[in-house]
Design a protein around this ligand. Structure first.
Ligand SMILES: [Mg+2]
Length: 217
């Protein structure tokens, strides 16, 4: 049984609530094309394949006391291609495969909206869907992370835009999934106050995370 709930139509699942409410630096990851192989409108558990380095990155964060959230746009739901039940089945499979690698995700946020299909599209719906900051903010609240000291990892330009809109410390843009296509644009979002680094994959991302998140003063 899934453990989360719908909040304003988005799925928020806080799986490992921490006892302390003290805010710490954390990691927010995209799902499709970042931690799992990109499949268009992924909704079948048998098509879930973790990308290389996903379990290692998340396990290291777990071991270092860094909460890990996953934020995923799932417009396939409002487009009618699949339902929440399919989404939960895929999530269970992602969690199962990560567990085999000793890794746990602390919280998941999923947004079913899309401006082309979601009725009564407005600013508050747009806030939830990446590039809006809504899912990152909801995760930050749920898993007690301080976004200003946290990092995002994603393959799409919208993952990086959402991180910037959430005032995160920085983002790592991976070349998996849609990464190649968005590389230049993603890096152009970087500034003195919002660092953006390129990484070929999650193994490379882990080195950057280690430097800026684990070793940060
Ligand atoms: Mg993606």
């Amino acid at each position: 049984m899934p453990t989360g709930r719908l909040v304003d139509g988005c799925w928020i699942d806080i799986r490992c609530p921490r006892m302390s409410s003290e805010k710490v630096p954390g990691l927010i990851l995209d799902r499709d094309g970042t931690i799992v192989e990109f499949v268009n409108y992924l909704h079948r558990p048998e098509e879930v394949r973790l990308l290389a380095g996903a379990a290692d990155l998340i396990r290291c964060a777990n071991d270092s006391g860094i909460p890990v959230g996953v934020a995923t746009n799932q417009a396939g739901i409002d487009r009618g291609f699949y339902g929440w039940k399919d989404f939960h089945a895929v999530e269970a499979e992602v969690a199962r495969q990560l567990d085999q690698g000793g890794a746990d995700i602390d919280g998941v946020a999923a947004c079913p909206f899309h401006p082309e299909v979601t009725p009564s599209w407005n600013d508050s719906l747009a806030r939830w869907r990446k590039p809006g900051p809504g899912m990152y903010e909801a995760l930050a609240q749920g898993i007690h992370i301080d976004l200003e000291r946290s990092w995002a990892v994603g393959d799409n330009i919208t993952d990086i835009e959402a991180a910037r809109a959430s005032n995160m410390a920085g983002a790592i843009h991976v070349a998996t999934g849609h990464g190649e296509k968005f590389r230049e644009e993603a890096l152009s979002l970087g500034s003195e106050n919002f660092l953006v680094f390129p990484a070929a994959n999650l193994f490379c991302a882990q080195k950057i995370v280690a430097k800026y998140l684990y070793e940060a003063p």
